[in-house]
Design a protein around this ligand. Structure first.
Ligand code: UT7
Length: 322
C-alpha cells in the first residue's frame, strides 16, 4: 500500500502592508471595528506580482525545504480562484517557470477550500502509483477582485501563496482527507464572471467583484469547522489529545474562537495568523501550515488537523502526521 507525507513547505506574501488605518481612508470603517469583528490588523496587497509570481516564490521555498529538484516533480496542482488568466492555468505557468519536465499540471477551483481539494487530488494520484512527487499550492491575488468601495468585503481579503511538496512514504502521514460541496448555497459568497453579452458587439462590460452575505457565511463556517474536526477524529485512530494543532482557514478570528469553544479545545491549539494576513482564500491554509512549522508550533511527528470552508459552498479538512 502506498502512503504519503509532507516533504516540505514554503510560503510567500507580497511586501506591501495595508493596515486598518489605511482602509479607514477608503471606506466608512475603523480599526476598532475591524479588529473586534475579524481579528485582522494588517494584510498584504500585491504590487505588480500576479498569482503565478506569488506561487512561484512559495514553490521555490517548498522545494528547497523538501530538498527536491523541480525536475523530480511529476505533478503540479494549484488551488486558486484568481489565476493570472482564465487560461493557461497557474500550474502550467509554474511548470515552465520552474523548468519542470513535461508533467501533469492543472488548477483547482474550490475557493477557500481549494488547497484541501488540491491536496486530496494530489494525495490520491500519488497513492494510485502513477505519480511520485507533487507540488501542491494555494495562491491568490484576491485584491484584484475586491471592491474598495465595499466595506463589507474590502477589509477582509488579501494576497499570498503557500506551497507543499508531498511524496510517497513508508508509513501513513497524510492520514485522511475529506472534501464536501453544497452548491445550493452558492449565492452566499460569489464573484460573477463576465456575463453573456446582450449582443456580441457590446464593447465593454462591468468588472466583477467578490460579493458576500457575511453573517450567513459566518454561521455556515462555525457549523462546518467543528463538524470536520470531529469527522477526522472519528474516522482515524487519533483522539483530540493526540492532535497538537488545528490549522483552520483564516477567515475570521471569531470563527476560530467559537469553534474552539464548541470543540472544547484550548485556544492555544488553534493556530492563528489572520491578524497579519487577513483572508487569503486558498493560500490561507498552506501559508498557516508553513508559518506554524517555521515558528515551531509544529515539529516532525506531530499530528495536526487542517480545515477550510468557503465559496461553493465548499468545506473539508485533513488529519496529518507531519
Ligand atoms: O473565506 C470564505 C469564508 N468567509 C467567511 O468565513 C466570512 C464570514 N463572515 C464574517 O467573517 C463576518 O460576517 C464579517 C466580518 C464579514 C462581518 O461581521 P458581522 O459581525 O457578521 O457584521 P455584519 O455583516 O452583521 O454587520 C454588522 C454591522 C452592519 O451595520 P448595521 O447594519 O448594524 O448598521 C454593517 O453595515 O457592521 C457594519 N459593517 C461595518 N462597519 C464598519 C460591515 N462592515 C463594516 C466595516 N466597518 N468594515
Amino acid at each position: 500500500m502506498i502512503h504519503t507525507k509532507i516533504l516540505g513547505t514554503g510560503s510567500y506574501v507580497p511586501n506591501q502592508i495595508v493596515s486598518n488605518f489605511d482602509l479607514e481612508k477608503l471606506v466608512d470603517t475603523n480599526d476598532e471595528w475591524i479588529q473586534s469583528r475579524t481579528g485582522i490588523i494588517n494584510r498584504r496587497v500585491t504590487r505588480g506580482e500576479n498569482t503565478s509570481e506569488l506561487a512561484y516564490k512559495a514553490a521555490i521555498k517548498a522545494l528547497e525545504d523538501a530538498q527536491v529538484n523541480a525536475q523530480d516533480i511529476d505533478l503540479i496542482i494549484v488551488a486558486t480562484v484568481t489565476g493570472d488568466y482564465p487560461f493557461p492555468a497557474v500550474a502550467q505557468i509554474l511548470q515552465r517557470r520552474l523548468n519542470c519536465n513535461t508533467i501533469t499540471a492543472f488548477d483547482v477551483n474550490a475557493a477557500c477550500t481549494g488547497f484541501i481539494y488540491a491536496l486530496n487530488v494530489a494525495d490520491k494520484m500519488i497513492r494510485s502509483g502513477s505519480y511520485h512527487k507533487a507540488l501542491v499550492i494555494g495562491a491568490e491575488t484576491l485584491t484584484k477582485y475586491t471592491d474598495y468601495e465595499d466595506r463589507n468585503t474590502c477589509v477582509l481579503f488579501a494576497d499570498a501563496a503557500g506551497a507543499m511538496v508531498i511524496g510517497k512514504a513508508e508509513t501513513p502521514h497524510i492520514e485522511k482527507i475529506v472534501t464536501y460541496a453544497k452548491g445550493d448555497l452558492e449565492g452566499l459568497l460569489k464573484m460573477e464572471g463576465y456575463p453573456l453579452k446582450e449582443n456580441f458587439k457590446t464593447p465593454k462590460q462591468k468588472r466583477p467583484f467578490i460579493e458576500m452575505q457575511g453573517t450567513e457565511v459566518f454561521k455556515f463556517a462555525t457549523s462546518v469547522l467543528p463538524e470536520v474536526v470531529n469527522t477526522l477524529i472519528n474516522e482515524t485512530e487519533y483522539t483530540m489529545e493526540d492532535v497538537s494543532l488545528i490549522v483552520a482557514h483564516q477567515a475570521n478570528k471569531r470563527i476560530i474562537d467559537k469553534s474552539a469553544r464548541v470543540l472544547k479545545v484550548p485556544i492555544e491549539k488553534m493556530f492563528m495568523n489572520i491578524d497579519q494576513y487577513g483572508n487569503t482564500s486558498a493560500a490561507s491554509v498552506p501559508l498557516a501550515i508553513d508559518e506554524a512549522i517555521r515558528h515551531h508550533h509544529l515539529k516532525r511527528g506531530d499530528v495536526f488537523i487542517t480545515v477550510a470552508f468557503g465559496a461553493g459552498l465548499t468545506w473539508g479538512g485533513a488529519m496529518i502526521r507531519y
